[in-house]
Design a protein around this ligand. Sequence first.
Ligand code: NAD
Ligand code: UGA
Length: 440
Amino acid sequence: MDLCIIGSGYVGLVSGACFAEVGHHVICVDNNPKKIAALKAGQIPIYEPGLEDLVKRNVASHRLKFTGSIEEGVDGSQVVFIAVPTPPQPDGSVDLSYIEKVAREIAGVLKPGQYRVVVDKSTVPVKTGDNVTDTIKRYAKPGVEFDVVSNPEFLREGCAVADLMKPDRVVVGSNSERAINLMKKIYEPFMAPILVTDVNSAELIKHAANSFLALKISYANALSAICEASGADVEKVVDGIGTDKRIGRNFLNAGLGYGGSCFPKDIAAFIAICEQMGTPFTLLKEVQRINRDQKERFLQKLRDALWILKDKKIAVWGLTFKPDTDDVRTSVPVDLVNDLIKEGAHVTAYDPKGMENVREFGLIPDSVKLAKTALEAAEGAEALVLATEWREFKEVDLAALKSAMHTPLVFDGRNLFDPTAMRELGFKYRCIGRPMMETK
Ligand code: NAD
Ligand code: UGA
């Protein structure tokens, strides 16, 4: 089938490449001319494992192309996906102006006699589909035929290609048989269960899924606090509850709290829309509170061990919000670096993929040094903070780390290392929700 994707970022580009991989002809549109020029020149603007090969292969086989023109995209495609940003506003509700703008632009290029399905893949609050339909009707020429579908995306960054190629389920929200049949044809090659719902339910599924996953993380983080107070081990507690199939072990890893471009904004957005509709979801406010406290409790561990952070030389490993991505948007590690700087610490950071972006987007002050390797960052440090669980850190030569540091004091915000092994190597080791094991 001929498909168009408007917005060629993490969702649009990866979805486009995966649709092309299964045989569709895809045209990806973006209004950022630099991005389109880079993509046309064979450069991939984001880091996502497996993406570069996928894009190159499908461009070479003429199934994937790029353009800056919505008209070109919509003209030749029966189904048009919207994958533009839905950022938060200061009150937590969603800024839907990107979606509205694209809806108007699509309306402007729709031609009478050409049926089109307009699919919202961006994460939006319930009722957005109705507004997109009204907007297109308002701005389109008379006689234009279209349907609006909600098709939320569930990919995770860092494994987006794998998630898209093998989804747990595909959600299609629509009241139109014609649109549903086309959507089924698009997704048939992925061999995943397709859940057909009305538009409102599909939109709610997305917010409900992200909020539930965030709730699981906050639950584990709240458990980590009582484990620290009581001397229990949160890893054992979450294994103990997670083996119950009704609960499940996934998304119960205690750490520094959730970050990224999705959970923080989507939980805030779900709270906002529930409030607007007169059905406040106060449980989710507690999820947010626990998430904020988790980073604060971690910082307090540093203060407890180092007393004064001012003028302390601290190494930070990890800047991205999770491993295997270059995404540093709403990253807890980046917030942590800024907190340390505010307290007067001297920070040297290292991240395998995120350093270019933190500089490009000005997310940390210039005073933060960026090292070329993990061990270089730790050179002479009075403490090391492990903020993102990159595999590379797990494989570091710990003896070399110990001799590089001024003081072998490690704060592991992701429970990456084994506490016993760290103690035996002579580290003073602090982690999340696990009993403290002091060096003899
Ligand atoms: P992104 O910022 O990576 O990409 C969005 C792209 O849209 C950018 O390249 C931007 O230039 C382009 N764009 C903006 N306005 C445009 C316009 N008028 N015309 C054409 N292009 C335009 O964003 P993303 O991370 O891909 O997220 C997109 C949506 O998908 C959001 O609603 C997000 O919540 C949702 N989502 C994201 C993920 C994820 O892991 N990143 C997963 C599932 C859902
Ligand atoms: C999340 C969801 O997992 C995707 O299904 C969804 O499509 C996406 O949001 C979205 O809507 O954009 P993503 O943000 O890429 O995906 O990454 P996750 O793996 O969910 O991690 C989010 C945050 O939670 C990270 O900061 C991670 O470190 C943290 N996390 C995750 C934990 O602290 N503990 C866990 O057990 C799992």
